[in-house]
Design a protein around this ligand. Structure first.
Ligand SMILES: Cc1ncc(COP(=O)(O)O)c(C=O)c1O
Ligand SMILES: N[C@@H](CCOP(=O)(O)O)C(=O)O
Length: 468
């Protein structure tokens, strides 16, 4: 059975089931698999003709084995991805010779988050029914995680879900996708602050859950929850196999905020998939690009951009990569994270450790003007409208590509219909919302606006959790 350990080395080892029901480890770290499942090239190659659903089972099962029955997992996967709006689930769109976009926006909320959060909802139901437990989900969103989490768990009988988003700083479609979902167990909190403050409140609440009076546990839907990363690994395998992998390597460019999606690519490589290059593509909230290029970790004030989902200054999952760069030395990492989490001074990572990251990762930061220009450029070349986050990925791919003979795949993380400001600024008409969302703009909204104050937010959660 797979065991999970904390990146800071001072928390109990857990099974998948407990990791699913946990946010942060008790030492403040993030859980990662103790041993990474390995697949040989021959085994990966034998999966070449599998549909997405069967491939997903091959990749995910080793992470859940012993906790989730194999047939039950396949049933959940079939239900989740069978309901996506494209039969291929994650189709590739070709832009140029050896240049592709992997469309990850055919799920119900039109962003890549559906891949993991639809499955996470099913897994929670499965585990909570068996344990006869109720939990409280608390999550922070810069726009996409929130709606995908609500959509993925709205039918779960044993959860109340509280999603914090930064007031006025997500797009209208994103906000409405969260605030118009009807359900007594769904609560949207717009905090008067930014995403980092929301994420900090979520992490602080995981650290001290006494506001829930010991009666309920908190569960995470952000990518601090390993179940998120696990499901996102699958599409790296799927896209590679569709383009001749694993017999030829691939390169990926990943629009990055919390470093979850690109960490999933790094995991795919560790599991045996030949990946030659991973590109960290950021907007002007570019802490990771500055770290990679200048070896200086310095948190700057958060900027509000036309790519709101990537408006993140403190990138949670980078800790999982640092854990590997520090040879899985939890104590060393705990020291480093203590410095980084102060956020008031710059921190240097040892050149030797960063050198290991630079062998695989490149990075590029894309301004708003360049984002818009890339949307225009790609449309002119191909007639294909990119969402602005994906445009950041495409621009970074074009700037950082190491070898044009290797297919370069940019993760298409969202549908452009979610981002009116960017689409209009680039001079395009807004695409139509898909049928299931066609009345989104007239549905009734429900949300609570609160100050960015931990005690107030926790009081709101406790009151609404125990109201009956
Ligand atoms: C559309 C979109 N693109 C990119 C990202 C960045 O992904 P990650 O936070 O996993 O780096 C997000 C949010 O996380 C997103 O919603
Ligand atoms: N971009 C995300 C922010 C949260 O990131 P997560 O992947 O850790 O959930 C969003 O759109 O909410």
């Amino acid at each position: 059975m797979m065991k999970y350990i904390s990146t800071r080395g001072n928390a109990p080892e857990l099974t998948f089931e407990d990791v699913l029901l946990t946010g942060l480890a008790t030492d403040g770290g993030l859980y990662v698999p103790k041993e990474v499942p390995q697949f040989s090239l021959a085994e990966i190659e034998s999966w070449r003709d599998l549909p997405y659903t069967e491939l997903a089972h091959k990749v995910i099962y080793p992470f859940v084995e012993g906790c989730v029955d194999s047939d039950a997992l396949q049933t959940m996967i079939n239900e989740v991805y069978g309901a996506f709006g494209h039969k291929a689930v994650a189709p590739l769109q070709q832009l140029d010779n050896n240049e592709y976009v992997l469309e990850l926006f055919h799920g119900p909320t039109l962003a890549f988050k559906d891949f993991a959060l639809q499955l996470l909802g099913r897994l929670l139901d499965y585990v909570l029914e068996r344990r006869n437990e109720k939990v409280v989900i608390m999550g922070a969103t810069s726009g996409d995680t929130g709606s995908a989490a609500i959509e993925g768990t709205k039918a779960c009988r044993n959860v109340d879900i509280f999603i914090l988003h930064p007031y006025g700083k997500v797009s209208e479609v994103q906000r409405r996708q969260m605030t118009t979902v009807v359900g007594d167990n769904i609560f949207n909190i717009a905090i008067k602050g930014n995403f980092d403050q929301a994420q900090d409140m979520v992490k602080a609440s995981f650290g001290d859950q006494s506001f829930l009076r010991g009666e309920r546990k908190l569960v995470a839907v952000n990518s601090i929850n390993w179940a998120r990363i696990m499901s996102q690994i699958v599409y790296y395998f799927y896209s590679s196999l569709n383009l001749g992998g694993p017999l030829r390597p691939m390169a990926y460019s990943v629009p990055t905020g919390n470093f979850g999606d690109i960490f999933a690519g790094y995991m795919a490589k560790k599991m045996g998939l030949p990946i030659e290059q991973l590109i960290i593509a950021t907007n002007s909230n570019d802490v990771l690009h500055r770290l990679m290029s200048q070896n200086l970790y310095e948190v700057h004030p958060l900027q509000h951009t036309i790519t709101p989902s990537m408006d993140i200054a403190v990138s949670s999952n980078f800790e999982r990569l640092l854990f590997d760069l520090y040879d899985r030395d939890g104590a060393a990492l705990a020291d480093l994270m203590a410095k980084m989490n102060k956020r008031t001074e710059s921190v240097e990572v040892s050149e030797d450790k960063l050198g290991k990251a630079r062998a695989l990762f490149d990075s590029f930061a894309v301004s708003e003007d360049l984002t818009v220009q890339t949307m225009q450029e790609v449309y002119k070349e191909t007639g294909y409208l990119l969402d602005p986050h994906t445009a950041i990925g495409v621009k970074a791919a074009r700037e950082c590509r190491r070898n044009p003979r290797i297919p370069m795949i940019t993760l298409g993380t969202a549908h452009p219909v979610k981002f009116e400001d960017a689409v209009l600024r680039a001079g395009f008409d807004m695409p139509k919302l898909p049928h299931h969302l066609s009345d989104l703009m007239t549905r009734e909204e429900r949300l609570e606006v609160l100050p960015a104050d931990l005690a107030t937010v926790q009081e709101f959660i406790a009151t609404n959790t125990f109201k009956d």
